[in-house]
Design a protein around this ligand. Structure first.
Ligand SMILES: Cc1ncc(COP(=O)(O)O)c(C=O)c1O
Length: 396
């Protein structure tokens, strides 16, 4: 089918919930994608922080093939080995806890919300259920997770929202202290607000958060869906800030593009979940968990995470060079390979111009360019992206 026909049929047969760029991608390798007309693009979106090992990574392809030939799915009525191995390796590299597997980030957060309510109600009081979240956060598109998300645009039209959430300014300890009530049970937060604009909070905020959750016996839930799996230059973003979360949620890069979500909760909290409390038909099936295991082992064994830290510094230096050259660049922010560039001009136009020159980036809030390339990116690929950005900025 040609490109025009695909676009027409998509409009005809697929719910129009996305504003897609008119390109049909046919294949990928490493940090590159090729469209249906054979044009090559350098991919600095990586499937929205999913393709950590790039496209068609040989180990990922091999793991999919090998496991698909053996066993794809059985349901959670039975035991399978890859799920258990993945849980063990995740726990070894995070904290003494237990995993629940599902299929997406929103579902991982749903699991965290349900577990938090159950634990808090049974441990403290039936009235303890309220979760604090932050303005500009993003936690998913289910009803509970849009309620948790601190951005009105995702909520409008879907009211009534879920009870039991309160949203306050990010990074503001006074606001946090003021909102805590006997009904409060947890804080749900990203460590770097990703969809909300690559926003970071001061280390003093995180120190304050740690003290408050300890003092108030509240749970700290860190949404690592975008910042996890090495993206910030540590396996998990919370490790950058010395946090001690009770629950973390993962998805996106966990299986490099196969749909998977995971929630990890400290043992005592996780053990509140009993058979029947929560479930997912596909959750943790042997195919996705075998691939996730391969991804995690590759990230850990091939020194990719240290490379991300160094590449992030290198990339930010290059972007700062552009900032010195072009006055409309107002800020460079982020950590590792989750970087934002704030502009005083329209960012969508820049995304379009980069696209025409074969560089894929995206834009948050109309004026923040986001760079989330595969974690295996090479220095020369970073240089190529910076060169294209320089050319595009020069035309503005
Ligand atoms: C921080 C964060 N949480 C949750 C989600 C939702 O994940 P999913 O789209 O897999 O449901 C996202 C997606 O962008 C995210 O960035």
């Amino acid at each position: 089918m040609n490109k025009e026909k695909i676009i027409i049929n998509e409009e005809k047969y697929v719910c129009q919930t996305y504003k897609r760029i008119p390109v049909v991608f046919e294949k990928g390798e490493g940090c590159y994608l090729w469209d249906s007309e054979g044009k090559r693009y350098l991919d600095f979106v990586a499937g929205l922080a999913v393709n950590a090992l790039g496209h068609a990574h040989p180990k990922v392809v091999k793991a999919i093939n090998k496991q698909a030939k053996k066993l794809i799915h059985t349901s959670n009525l039975y035991y399978t080995e890859p799920m258990v191995d993945l849980a063990k390796l995740l726990i070894k590299n995070s904290f003494n806890g237990k995993c629940f597997f599902c299929n997406s980030g929103a579902e991982a957060n749903e699991a965290a919300i349900k577990l938090t309510r159950l634990y808090s109600k049974t441990t403290f009081s039936p009235d303890r259920y309220e979760i604090i979240t932050f303005d500009n956060s993003f936690h998913g598109r289910t009803l509970a997770t849009i309620t948790a998300t601190g951005q009105k645009k995702y909520q409008e039209g879907f009211e009534p929202l879920m009870p039991g959430f309160v949203t306050i300014p990010f990074g503001n300890l006074a606001a946090l202290k003021a909102v805590i009530k006997p009904t409060t049970c947890a804080i749900l937060t990203e460590v770097i607000q990703a969809e909300g604009g690559i926003n970071e909070a001061d280390i003093s905020f995180w120190q304050g958060v740690s003290e408050i959750v300890k003092k108030e016996k509240m749970l700290l839930i860190v949404d690592e869906i975008q910042t996890g799996m090495g993206r910030t230059g540590q396996l998990f973003g919370y490790q950058q800030y010395g946090l001690d979360p009770d629950i973390i949620t993962l998805a996106k890069a966990l299986a490099n593009g196969l749909p998977i979500g995971a929630m990890i909760a400290k043992k005592k909290i996780a053990e509140t979940f009993k058979p029947g409390h929560h479930a997912s038909t596909f959750g943790g099936n042997p195919l996705v968990t075998q691939v996730a295991l391969t991804v995690l082992k590759t990230l850990l064994k091939e020194n990719i995470i240290n490379k991300v830290r160094d590449d992030g510094i290198y990339f930010q230096e290059k972007l700062s060079g552009l900032k010195n050259k072009y006055k409309f660049i107002t800020k460079i922010k982020g950590k590792g390979l989750i970087i934002g560039m704030e502009l005083a001009v329209d960012g969508q136009n820049i995304v379009q111009k980069c696209f025409e020159k074969g560089l894929i980036i995206n834009c948050l809030k109309n004026n923040i360019l986001r760079f989330i390339p595969p974690l295996i990116i090479k220095r020369e690929e970073i240089d190529s992206a910076v060169k294209i950005l320089d050319e595009v900025f020069g035309e503005i």
